[in-house]
Design a protein around this ligand. Sequence first.
Ligand SMILES: Cc1cc2nc3c(=O)[nH]c(=O)nc-3n(C[C@H](O)[C@H](O)[C@H](O)COP(=O)(O)O)c2cc1C
Length: 361
Amino acid sequence: MLLNVLYMKQLLMAATLFVCAFAILSCGCARRTQKAVAETGESKVDATVAMDEPAQVERVEPEIVGAWTPIRLSQEEVSFGAEGGKATVSCLNYDCWWLNDAQVAGTETFFHATPGENNTYETLKADGISARIVNRNQVEISVAPASKSHTWILHLQSGDAFTSITVKQTASMKAEKITNPTLESIAARTSVRSFTDQKVTDAQMEAMLRAAMAAPTGMNVQPWSFVVLTDKSKYEEIFKGNFNLRIFKSAAAVVVFCADTTVTRAPRNNPDAAPVTRPNGTWRDDMGACTENFLVAAASLGLGTVWTASYPYPDRYLPIKEALGLPATVVPYCVVAVGYPDKEVKPKDKWKPERIHKGRW
Ligand SMILES: Cc1cc2nc3c(=O)[nH]c(=O)nc-3n(C[C@H](O)[C@H](O)[C@H](O)COP(=O)(O)O)c2cc1C
């Protein structure tokens, strides 16, 4: 009997040990599964499900040493001027939908964002900066106007994936802003699409065309010619089907910027040989520089302009080419309407210091 009791006790202990060992092994497996999901970052399973653990299992933090997975970003550094602004940085290597912790390290401030209900994130705020997780892989950074320069490091972390973005604000950019009449004309130019009846004088037109012809061109080819139009009764035919017709009719003058797409020259190593005609590889660039010079010159004279596309749309450039009798190798590159604006039109503010990279992207 006594022997039987002892034997039963031993059996009971063995069974208890077996159950404990099984429980420990099961926990280990559960942790390994959770880690694999976090490391690949590819799982589309809802985080709350994948990371779910039995309440009694103690949560194990991911190992830090050698375990961080680098997140690659569209920008590791974002720069702002004194006026501040907004920039969006994207994750490049995988979907960061599980990005679940972020902090802004300012001079003395640390903030954490943890997902609220339905994975909504609070905006992080420190003095002069705020950061918002917009969607599964984008962070929007907003910087307030400031008179002093500042650098922040924005840390983004999810499980064992980690990265940081350096945010710089260089306040001196505004303070040192240089201006002169040329820069003022460039800044004053903006598209004008309705005009008064006031005429553009011949002297004004020549001044603008001189500026156009002063533009740089590849190998100094100067592929341009210009057709200046003022007779509005011909516009229906010249600009047949062109949705800019209403603008042209309102303008005092319309200038068709024409480009010879070929270059005719003596062969380089034999100047005495007969000239050869070949395609001009840079005519579009040449015409772009020429057109912008015209627009800026017009702005300097208080005139309004709008650059409208002609090439590469056959439905626009073919009627122009035919109506104006352009030679076979010449295309109407663009059409510029010019005149006095009939209302005040403010230039758009396009200054984005964060688009400027120093040294490398
Ligand atoms: C290549 C090019 C084609 C354009 N085509 C047209 C056009 O067909 N009609 C128009 O109203 N504006 C046209 N524009 C003007 C742009 O819409 C305008 O430059 C742009 O919205 C920026 O505004 P801003 O010129 O006031 O700075 C064109 C501009 C460029 C550079």
